[in-house]
Structures are given as C-alpha cells and as structure tokens.
Ligand binder design. Structure first.
Ligand code: ADP
Ligand code: MG
Ligand code: MG
Length: 455
C-alpha cells in the first residue's frame, strides 16, 4: 500500500539541486553532522559530513502521532516500576541468563548490588519508545504498534531536532517551490528532543545535591573508568579525576562487543555500586530487553503493573503479537507457527543497536539450527507492515529517490525513587528507510533521519 501517491511533489532537476545544496549547507553550518566512515575521514578524526537525512518531511497521520506521544508517560512509569520489582526481574530474566552470556553478566551485577544494598535510590531514565504505523482495511482505524522500548543509550535526540529545523528552513526559505498542498509550516510539530535529555541530566545532577553552578561533563570509556575510577569507601561517591560524579550517563554498554574485556565489566560494577545517579541502572537495562516486552504482552501481565484500566488499555492497543520461543506450551506453539508461516514474523535476540534480528524466511533455518534451550534467548514478533510512501533521501551528498517506510520514536524523561520526581515526554524522532530494508538503524547505515509532516 502506498500512502500519499502525490508525495513528494515532482520537482525539476534545478529545484531539486537547489534543495540539495541548501540542505547540505544548512546541515554543515548547524551541526546536523556525523563523523564520516574511516575511508572518508581526515586524520585524527578531524572531519564531519552531513548526517543522512530526508529531503522532505514524511507524511504521518496526526491522530496516531499524538496517540504515541500520549503513551510515553505511562510507559516511563511502567518501566520505572518494573526496574524496582525484584520478583518480576528474577522471574523473567533468570531463564534468559542460562543461554545469553551478556544478559547473564548484567544480571550478576544486578544481584550483587541487590545483596550489597543500593547506594542511590534515584534513577534517571532517558528512553525512546519506537513505533511503526499499522493501517488496517479501514484506514481511519490506523494506529501505532510498538517495535521496542529503549532504556539505554537512546540515540539521535539532537539530530532529530535539527532535521526538523532543516525541513522548517527549507519550507520557509523555498516553500518547496509551492509544489505541495501538504507542505505547510503548521504541519511540522515542534520537537523538544534537543533540550529534554540535557534537562533531565541537569535535574538529576541537582537532585544528587550538587552545588548549583555550571555542570562539568567528562567523557570516558568503560576501560578508562575501570582504570581511573574509585569509590569513596564511606559515602560510595564515584570519584574520577578527583571529581565526584553526580550522574553517570551511558552512551555505550548496550551490547556484548562494548565489553571486550573484564575491565569493562568491572567498570559497570563500580558504577552500579556507586552513589552516582545512573542512566540507566542495570535493572533499567534488564527491563528494556525484548524478553520483558514479550512477557508484558502475555494476557493479564501488563494489567498487573499498570493498574489504571484506561492506561493499560491504551498501552495494550500498541502491542503487536509477541510470543515466547521457550519450552513452555506457548513457546512450542510459537515455534510451530513460525515454521509454518515464517513470512508473518520477525525473531529477535536480547540485543540492541540494530542488525541482530532474523526475518521471515530466515527464521525456520535459524530455529532448526539452534538447540531448544537456546530458543529461550529469542522472542517472536508479528512483522508490522507499515504503508510505504515515496521520499528523496540525501546520503553522502547524493540524492536517492525511493519507496520508503518510517519508524516513529518518542523520547521520554523519567526521574524517580519511591516517588515520581519527573515524568515527561521528551520530543520525537522519525527514521526513514527503503521499503526493502528490514533493519532501521541510522548508525548502522540502513536509515536516514527524517521529520514528521502531520496530515
Ligand atoms: P534494536 O534494539 O536492535 O534497534 P529493534 O527491535 O528496534 O531492535 O529492531 C530493529 C529494526 O528492525 C527496527 O528498527 C525495525 O525497522 C525492524 N523491526 C523490528 N521489529 C519489527 C516488527 N515487529 N515488524 C517490522 N519491523 C520490525
Ligand atoms: Mg533497541
Ligand atoms: Mg530499535
């Protein structure tokens, strides 16, 4: 199904070239940039190039956009509660630890801290909940279906804001050559994503009890933290370079390859033991796994943790079909279903960062290759098939036209202990990729950053 057949408008090559030049200049001068791949980079990592972006904002149904936004505070609170529910974490994660070494290492840290006592009751969540649009026969019943909920290293909050600003600039300065009725400034929603995450970190810094002046930021690898970090034996303050660390924000740590040696794991333990406010805690990372998403979708489970019936109903309406692949009777049934109708599904391991999923026809060979116990480290999910639409993307200076699909992300900011201190919506992200591409990552080279044009 193609949404908006008249989109993007047909422009002359001259007009397209003007947009291309303006987009590149604007991106380079406003920091809508990424570091180039090594083969294109100058020495000492000293160059940048424009980020992969769409030339036009992509149409997105207004009603469903706001539906996704409305879900965010409810999801924020749910994941906070789950991260503090020992019984839930134990029940869901323990089975996975037997067949997934990465989750096992995280879980060991979680248990150790549980036993020693938690030094910092406050946690900071900077999340992103991702959705694909689902359009049934009756298009007026379109809704968003959740792809996943990210609790660690949610990316692109600043680039998503900047891409929205780029589209606003192109529209204001060229009117896109008056080429489409849809392209109106009022249809480009404002996006807080540039400021929401830093504000969350600043608030956590304040709650730590830090003096109220400029916040000093240091950036370290996990290996450096292992080498340079220590704990104050009395207060459990995390000390690096003689400075007390108020907030530890992870831009790494979401995948096994980011922990190549024992040093990285020792650093994780050190941080977790400390009094610094962590974004995220290991518990938050564990409840952000796909396994937890699948368990929440089982009958009655979500409703146990979201006690407001209206809220629970709203969240559940955003769940695609999710199935265990373990040795339970549901798991056995799901394996059978996936072997018989693989084209309906995607199979997912407990991994982040893109490029890890197994799609449709590749599922049966994978299921047959791994042992029955190894299946527990995966979940099965209905393949969501959003409508495609055309757009033109700009990547490494070149324009490429094509049939595209978009994935909407909604950012969330949460700070809490026993109480809720901050629970906010933190802006949005739209990523767009070629219809034929399974995976959606921008960093992994599959997708571009876009912005929604509400219709
Ligand atoms: P990761 O944590 O690695 O980003 P995701 O669950 O987001 O894992 O999957 C990666 C990509 O795969 C998504 O961005 C989306 O493009 C695609 N994908 C994931 N789940 C589905 C699904 N149920 N239906 C269709 N595409 C999906
Ligand atoms: Mg993820
Ligand atoms: Mg994802």
């Amino acid at each position: 199904m193609s949404f908006f057949p008249e989109y993007p408008p047909n422009l002359s090559n001259d007009n397209l070239q003007s947009l291309q030049e303006l987009a590149i200049d604007w991106s380079l001068s406003h920091g809508l940039v990424i570091r180039p791949p090594t083969n294109l980079a100058l020495s000492n990592n000293s160059s940048v190039m424009h980020a992969p972006i769409s030339l036009f904002p992509s149409p997105f149904p207004k009603k469903t956009f706001y539906q996704a936004i409305e879900l965010q505070p409810v999801f924020n609170l749910l994941f906070h509660k789950l991260s503090r529910n020992h019984e839930f974490i134990t029940q869901v994660i323990e089975e996975v630890t037997k067949v997934d070494d990465f989750i096992d290492e995280l879980y060991k840290i979680y248990l150790k801290i549980k036993e020693e006592g938690i030094a910092q009751p406050i946690s900071l969540g900077l999340h992103r909940s991702d959705y694909l649009l689902h359009v049934p026969q009756d298009a007026s019943e379109a809704n968003v279906l959740q792809v996943e909920f990210n609790t660690i290293s949610s990316s692109f909050s600043s680039l998503s804001f900047l891409t929205g600003e780029l589209h606003r600039y192109l529209l204001e300065s060229t009117k896109y050559f008056n080429s489409s009725e849809l392209l109106k400034i009022d249809s480009l929603p404002l996006n807080d994503a540039m400021t929401s995450f830093p504000k969350g970190i600043a608030k956590a810094h304040e709650l730590y009890g830090s003096p109220n002046h400029k916040i000093h930021i240091i950036r370290k690898t996990l290996a450096e933290i292992d080498q340079q970090g220590k704990l104050d034996p009395e207060t459990h303050a995390l000390i690096i370079d003689d400075k007390e660390i108020s907030v530890t924000y992870f831009r790494s740590g979401y995948a096994p390859e980011l922990h190549p040696t024992k040093k990285e794991w020792d650093a994780r333990l050190l941080i977790e033991r400390s009094k610094s406010i962590k974004c995220p805690t290991v518990a938050y990372q564990l409840v952000g796994t796909k396994k937890v998403q699948q368990v929440l979708a089982m009958p009655g489970v979500l409703e146990k943790y979201v006690t407001n019936a209206t809220d629970a109903k709203k969240l559940r309406a955003s769940f695609a079909g999710l199935y265990p692949l373990d040795s339970s009777s549901e798991g056995e049934a799901a394996v059978k279903l996936a072997l018989e109708n693989p084209e309906r599904f995607v199979m997912k391991p407990q991994r982040e960062g893109g490029g890890n999923n197994i799609y449709t026809k590749d599922i049966p060979p994978k299921l047959l290759e791994i042992s029955t116990s190894e299946r527990s480290s995966y979940i099965l999910m209905d393949l969501i098939q959003p409508p495609s639409m055309r757009n033109i993307i700009l990547r490494q200076g070149e324009l490429v036209k094509g049939e595209m699909i978009s994935e909407l992300g909604i950012y969330g900011v949460f700070i809490g202990n026993d109480d809720v201190i901050v629970n906010e919506i933190g802006g949005h992200l739209l990523r767009t990729k070629g219809r034929e591409t399974n995976e959606g990552g921008v960093a992994t080279g599959f997708a571009v950053i876009d912005s929604p044009l509400l219709v």
